[in-house]
Ligand binder design. Structure first.
Ligand SMILES: Cc1ncc(COP(=O)(O)O)c(C=O)c1O
Length: 394
C-alpha cells in the first residue's frame, strides 16, 4: 500500500474559498461574470507604467533586480507614510510601514504572529472571505459580529471582546462583500472598545481610496494607533498583478513583523515596488484616483439602472458610496443558491453571499459592477432578470 505524507493541521484547517473556483468558471466561453472582485481592465494606467518600468531599469540597471531589506523599498514606504499623515490622519514614519506581496499576505503574517489554534478571533458577518480563509489556517475560533448599513454592530462587538479574542478583522470602508461603510459614530465607539483591550484590530483599507465622494470617515488607526494594524494595497488602484501591499504596524510589533516576513518570503517584490514608486513620483496620483472614482461611479450608475430595469420588485439591493460591490438580497427565507445555479444555466456567474457569513446570509448575493463592460452589464442583467423573475415572481 502506498503511504503518503500526512498534511499538517494547518492545511486541514484552511477553509475552502469559492473565489478562485469562480474565476475559473467565469473564464469559460460565453460566460458573463458579476462574481469576482477584479478591477476594470480599461482603468489601468498601462502607458504610464510602461514608462515607469523603462525609467526604473535605465536609471539603475541592477538595483530593481536585486534583493532589498525585508520591510521594503524605503522611498515607497516614505511615500505611504506621508500619505498616512496627510490623508489618513495617521502619525506614521516609514519604519512603521512594511511592504508585503499584496495586502492578502498581511493576513497570513498577522495570523502567524498572533493566533494559536483555538484562540478567539472576531470577524465581520458578512466579512471578506479571502482574509477569513487566510486566518483559518491558524485554527482560531471565529466569532461573527453583524455588519449593517452603519457598519459593525457595536453591542455585539462589545460582547465578543469580553471573551478576550486576540484579533478583530474589519473593513470600515466600502466593505467587501456588502459595500457598507462604518458611520462616524460607529468608528468612535469601536475605537473606544478596542483601545487598550488587548485585542489587535486589523483595519483593512483595500477600498479606502475608492470613495466616490472622497474618503468616508476617519481611520481607526488614527483613533487607536497602538491597537490597530492598518493594511493597504495598490491592487484596487494601480494593479493587483504587481502584488504591492503593506501594513502600518504599531511600534511594539515592528521587529517581530519584520522577522516573520523575512522568515516567510525574505521580502516582497523589489522590482514592482520601485515601478509603483516611480509611477507615483511621475504622475499626479490624486488626479489618477479621481479618474478611477469617476470610472467606477459611472459603472455603478449603469449597473444600478440595469438592475432597476430588469429585476423584479421582490429583490432588494443597496447603492454603495464607493468600492466595487452591490449587495443583492432575495426575499427573506429564500436561499440564493437557487439563484446562483439558475444564473449559471444562463451563463452568468454571481457570487453567493453565504460563504462570507459565519451565520445566516442565505438570501444574499454579491455583485461586482467594476469588471464587466457596459455591454456585459446590460446582457448579464437581462439574464439575471430572467432568473429572478422565475424564482421570485412579484
Ligand atoms: C477587502 C479586501 N482586502 C484585501 C484584499 C486582497 O487584495 P491584495 O492582496 O491584492 O492587496 C482584497 C482582494 O480582493 C479585498 O477585497
Amino acid at each position: 500500500m502506498r503511504v503518503v505524507t500526512p498534511f499538517s493541521r494547518r492545511v486541514d484547517d484552511t477553509m475552502e474559498s469559492f473565489i478562485m473556483g469562480l474565476v475559473e468558471v467565469a473564464a469559460r466561453p460565453g460566460m458573463i461574470s458579476f462574481a469576482t472582485g477584479l478591477p476594470d481592465n480599461d482603468l489601468f494606467g498601462t502607458d504610464a507604467l510602461v514608462r515607469a518600468v523603462g525609467d526604473v531599469l535605465r536609471e539603475d540597471p541592477a538595483g530593481p533586480l536585486q534583493y532589498d531589506t525585508a520591510s521594503g523599498f524605503i522611498p515607497l514606504r516614505e511615500y505611504i507614510a506621508s500619505r498616512c499623515r496627510d490623508v489618513l490622519g495617521v502619525d506614521a514614519t516609514y519604519e512603521d510601514v512594511i511592504m508585503t506581496n499584496g495586502s492578502q499576505e498581511c493576513f497570513d503574517q498577522l495570523g502567524k504572529m498572533f493566533l494559536d489554534r483555538g484562540d478567539g478571533m472576531v470577524v465581520e458577518n458578512p466579512g471578506y472571505l479571502g482574509a477569513i480563509q487566510s486566518f483559518s489556517a491558524y485554527g482560531p475560533r471565529f466569532t461573527g459580529v453583524d455588519v449593517g448599513e452603519d457598519g459593525v454592530d457595536v453591542a455585539q462587538l462589545e460582547e465578543a471582546l469580553s471573551h478576550d479574542p486576540k484579533l478583530f478583522y474589519s473593513i470600515p470602508n466600502h466593505q467587501n462583500p456588502s459595500g457598507n461603510s462604518y458611520s462616524d459614530a460607529v468608528r468612535v465607539r469601536v475605537a473606544d472598545l478596542v483601545r487598550g483591550s488587548g485585542c489587535l484590530m486589523i483595519e483593512d483599507d483595500a477600498y479606502g481610496e475608492l470613495g466616490y465622494g472622497g474618503r468616508v470617515g476617519r481611520t481607526m488607526k488614527s483613533m487607536a494607533p497602538d491597537d490597530v494594524v492598518l493594511t493597504g494595497s495598490f491592487s484596487k488602484t494601480i494593479s493587483p498583478g504587481m502584488r504591492v501591499g503593506w501594513m502600518v504596524v504599531p511600534e511594539w510589533m515592528r521587529a517581530e513583523a519584520n522577522r516573520n516576513l523575512e522568515a516567510s518570503c525574505l521580502q516582497s517584490n523589489t522590482f514592482c515596488q520601485k515601478v509603483v514608486h516611480r509611477f507615483l513620483m511621475d504622475n499626479d496620483y490624486d488626479l489618477f484616483l479621481d479618474g478611477l472614482r469617476r470610472g467606477y461611479m459611472e459603472k455603478k450608475r449603469i449597473f444600478l439602472e440595469a438592475m432597476e430595469e430588469n429585476l423584479p420588485g421582490t429583490m432588494r439591493w443597496n447603492d454603495p458610496d464607493g468600492g466595487m460591490f452591490i449587495w443583492l438580497r432575495s426575499p427573506e427565507g429564500t436561499d440564493a443558491t437557487a439563484l446562483f445555479e439558475g444564473a449559471l444555466d444562463e451563463k452568468l456567474v454571481v457570487m453567493p453571499g453565504k460563504p462570507f457569513h459565519v451565520r445566516g446570509g442565505a438570501n444574499t448575493v454579491r455583485l461586482n459592477f467594476a469588471t464587466p463592460s457596459e455591454e456585459q452589464i446590460h446582457e448579464g442583467m437581462r439574464r439575471l432578470g430572467r432568473v429572478c423573475r422565475r424564482l421570485y415572481p412579484e
